[in-house]
Design a binder for this molecule. Structure first.
Ligand SMILES: NC(=O)c1ccc[n+]([C@@H]2O[C@H](COP(=O)([O-])OP(=O)(O)OC[C@H]3O[C@@H](n4cnc5c(N)ncnc54)[C@H](O)[C@@H]3O)[C@@H](O)[C@H]2O)c1
Length: 435
């Protein structure tokens, strides 16, 4: 086990802010473990993570210290650490570099009130791919977190593929590389550069995806046939500490970005992969069923009032199933959560799994941690199987799945060509039936 895990963040938005504040919180309160699925992974605690550099395009974040950037507008996640506190988990030299904008800002986002949307920086020079790779090396980055807005396909590929080429491990928090075809291409690159990937499209510790998976999975394991599963998500409710805002309430930028349908194509597919994945792993067909996951209902605030992003999300789930001798079941659930901290609880694990896998000589997609923490992993698993794989890796124990992904096995007899045939995939299409 080496000293610290050094992390770079592409997209210093609300999720990055919630993650970093959470790591600081657990580093300062070592007696507290609530909210952590794994207080230790292979010996690493949250306090063993350092955030060393950031990349963004927003004028309020670029060229600022990473600590200042996580508190800048339009970030709206709850504050758990006083901004004046000197962070232990952010290195003193950690600044935010100006990355290329590419498709990072959707046209409709440019017309919203600046307090709740992105403001593109026009002062700092944009870094080139070579400069980016040089920065990753100079800052001794182990792992890159991709936190681009949904729909930023080009930007995500720019950050991820250049980082892989620089030998950096990846946690891909957004829905890119969704189809099996795309995942294979990324994994071949990762194996070539001997790095690990956790992806794609992070879930929350306890969010809509986990709830849908567990409800549907438990019904199927009880012999029921699930004929309808509708999961609807919306930006609604109040984030703690904002109850006083009476006139004015806006969604966070993640939801505002997805208010335009063309931005959320992949998110839709990815959310539905969670539902169909539970049928696939049990060998049950989905023909004739209704399985729909609505990514984001965003009702935009009428002009006027206070403009402040609100990080709350509500999920409504409705399931119809049939059981013994055709008896009917109906299940309705509602979950209201704070969106960004909920995702922090997942990423704090994904980072440590990447590092431990590297130390175990495992390369490519981490299939267990991806199935546990992401909506579209390369291989779908039941909740229990995904947890089993994570528990094993957290104890540095190999499983038949991870044995196959040791570098020494993928590169037989030290050969130059990896045996990619050993890598398993659950076939995933890149489309939804509901468009
Ligand atoms: N619980 C969750 O909130 C959750 C769950 C699953 C997935 N995700 C996904 O994680 C990603 C990040 O979510 P978020 O809530 O932090 O979003 P956000 O909108 O708060 O942050 C996005 C950040 O990316 C920056 N950015 C935009 N284009 C860029 C570019 N080209 N280069 C560098 N930076 C750029 C923005 O300025 C902003 O700081 C989204 O894709 C989201 O869908 C979030």
């Amino acid at each position: 086990m080496s000293a610290k895990i050094r992390v770079a963040v592409a997209g210093v938005g609300s999720c990055a802010s919630a993650l970093i504040q959470g790591v600081e919180f657990y580093s300062r309160n070592t007696d507290k473990t609530y909210g952590l699925m794994y207080p230790e992974i292979g010996g690493y605690k949250p306090a063993d993570i350092d955030f060393v550099v950031g990349f963004d395009i927003d004028a309020r974040k670029v060229a600022h210290s990473l600590q200042e950037a996580i508190y800048a507008n339009p970030n709206c996640n709850m504050q758990v650490v006083d901004p004046e506190t000197k962070f232990r988990c952010i290195t003193p030299e950690a600044t935010v570099f100006r990355g290329p904008t590419l498709d990072g800002i959707a046209p409709h986002m440019r017309h919203l009130n600046p307090d709740i949307t992105f403001v593109e920086d026009d002062q700092q020079p944009v870094i080139s791919p070579d400069e980016y790779k040089k920065i990753l090396k100079e800052f001794k980055v182990d792992i890159l977190l991709n936190y681009m807005p949904v729909g930023s396909e080009e930007a995500a590929r720019w950050y991820i593929e250049n980082a892989v080429e620089a030998g950096i491990h990846i946690v891909n928090c957004m829905p890119t590389y969704i189809s099996t075809e795309d995942a294979r291409v990324l994994e071949a690159k990762a194996v070539k550069n001997r790095v690990t990937v956790v992806g794609s499209d992070m879930r929350s510790s306890y969010g809509a995806s986990r709830l849908s998976e567990v409800l549907q999975g438990s019904m199927m394991d009880s012999g029921l046939v699930v004929t309808q599963h509708i999961q609807m998500n919306m930006a609604a409710g109040t984030t703690q500490g904002q109850e006083h805002i009476i006139n004015g309430r806006s969604a966070n930028t993640d939801f505002l970005n997805m208010a335009e349908k063309n931005r959320l194509h992949n998110k839709h597919i990815s959310k539905e992969n969670v539902l169909s994945g539970q049928s696939i792993v049990r060998g049950v067909g989905t023909e004739g069923t209704t399985m729909f996951a609505g990514p984001s209902l965003t009702v935009v605030q009428r002009p006027g009032g206070v403009y402040m992003g609100t990080d709350n999300k509500v999920c409504n789930i409705d399931i119809v199933a049939y059981g013994y001798a055709g008896a009917r079941y109906e299940l309705t659930a509602r979950l209201s959560v704070q969106d960004s901290p909920n995702s922090g609880g997942i990423v704090v694990d994904a980072i440590r799994f990447c590092k431990v896998a590297q130390e175990m000589d495992i390369i490519g997609y981490l299939r267990g941690p991806s199935a546990w923490s992401q909506k579209t992993p390369p291989v779908h698993m039941t909740t229990a199987d995904a947890k089993f794989e994570c528990d094993a890796m957290a104890r540095r124990v190999y499983t038949p799945m991870t044995e196959k992904q040791k570098a020494s096995v993928l590169y037989p007899a030290g050969g130059a060509q990896p045996n990619l045939e050993l890598l398993e995939y659950t076939f995933q299409k890149a489309k939804t039936e509901y468009e």
